[in-house]
Write a protein of this length. Sequence first.
Length: 131
Amino acid sequence: YKALIVEVDPPGQAGPALQRLERAGRVVRRRDGDTDEDLLTALKRLVPVDIAISPANRDIRVRHVIKNGRHCYMLFNEGEADATVKLHLPASKRRMLLDVMTGQSKAVEKDTLLSLPAHKVEVMVVGDALG
């Protein structure tokens, strides 16, 4: 990981891995009194921004991985309420939204609003050869 956000102490068996990340300066700890802006500032020091969500929503988590030349953005709505957001990505390539529960996918235009139901996971895949 380039950065790991720690909000609560993890189980003991995670200790060695967490210590390695801490020694490498890759752990961001959320402490009482920290604002969302404090957390974002700490993360931006470790990881370049390659995606933005508007409007901002603290319940949406994103993980970006690259598989076979395709950029995959795993979108998690961890909140209790449905969310409608727009993703701002630097890539201007084709985009597909994959519903991981059904396997269904659909093409998505650049500035499309996405509806993410509460507790739902979807994957935005960006690349040249999608279909």
